[in-house]
Design a protein around this ligand. Structure first.
Ligand code: ATP
Length: 274
């Protein structure tokens, strides 16, 4: 079956509906002094899809994720979000627009429990002020309970009930990664960015993480963009894949299209095009 990916929405072979474009990156160029980390790259992310950005070491994947999350400002190009051109923004303002992310090097509060870490994912949803919260006044109490309910749902979903009271610093690596995912999911993001979610994991942990990413997309309809170094793990997960090499886009399409793209094969085999 051929899919019309230019349509406003389309149905995948496994019956999921992929909606209109949520994020559109147009002709992005990012330089660090003389190093061009991203060279004139354009691609989009559609509502409800799992979109991967892959490429060998130094390809520019992290730089691209940092452009999407507002951490890096490209020298050229435009970022469009939900049909509007995004003005220069700080990462916290981008987060307020509904973007949440995880980090390659886990960024959690080690001394705090799993539950408290996940609750920090709700900060953008809190409307009461500090005094109201300190006094536990009506509105603050209601808000806290509603936030707690979302966190409990995420804890159940990611199967981490048994560690909810454990300080994060005591957890093994694979579980810490899952808690980080839980905190991002608790923000109820309209776009979730995952920075090498399988890095450093053993086979079993990778399988668990893949299952959670697929289920998250399925049950909550979360739009997910992830970067990965390892081509294998994302091919079964993703609806569409962008491939970068030396800052350029060398492939963009379904996993099958990308798998059969000669430039992609060469890049992963280390074939030089000079
Ligand atoms: N803050 C920075 N300052 C200077 N150069 C940078 C910076 N960040 C990235 N670069 C350079 O930009 C290029 C792309 O790096 P980037 O980290 O985005 O690639 P990557 O695909 O994520 O690599 P990896 O898989 O190794 O994490 C590299 O040449 C890198 O050295």
């Amino acid at each position: 079956m051929s899919l019309d990916m230019n349509a406003n929405s389309y149905v995948t072979e496994d019956g999921r509906t992929i909606g209109p474009v949520v994020m559109d990156l147009k002709n992005i160029t990012l330089r660090f002094g003389g190093v061009v980390a991203i060279k004139d790259i354009s691609f989009n992310i559609r509502e409800g899809e799992i979109r991967a950005i892959i490429g060998p070491n130094g390809a520019g994947k992290s730089s691209m994720l940092n452009v999407i999350s507002g951490f890096y400002k490209p020298q050229e190009g435009e970022v469009w979000f939900r049909g509007a051109k995004r003005p220069p923004m700080r990462p916290y303002q981008v987060a307020q627009q509904g973007l949440a992310r995880t980090f390659q090097n886990i960024a959690l509060f080690d001394g705090m429990t799993v539950l408290d870490n996940i609750m920090t994912g709700r900060l953008n949803h809190m409307k009461t002020n500090l005094l109201q919260q300190a006094m536990w006044w009506g509105k603050a109490e209601k808000e806290e309970l509603a936030n707690r309910e979302v966190c409990e749902k995420v804890i159940d979903f990611l199967e981490i009930q048994h560690i909810r009271k454990t300080p994060v610093g005591r957890l093994p690596y694979g579980l810490k990664k899952r808690v980080e995912l839980a905190r991002a999911l608790a923000a109820e993001p309209s776009l979730l960015l995952l920075d090498e979610p399988m890095a450093g994991m053993n086979v079993e942990e990778k399988e668990d993480m893949s299952r959670f990413i697929l289920d998250m997309n399925d049950e909550f309809g979360t739009t997910i963009a992830l970067i990965e170094h390892d081509m294998g793990v994302v091919m079964d997960l993703s609806d569409r894949v962008v491939v970068m090499d030396y800052g350029k886009k060398i492939g963009d399409g379904t996993p099958d299209e990308v798998r059969n793209n000669q430039d992609v094969i060469d890049a992963y085999l280390g074939v030089s095009h000079d």
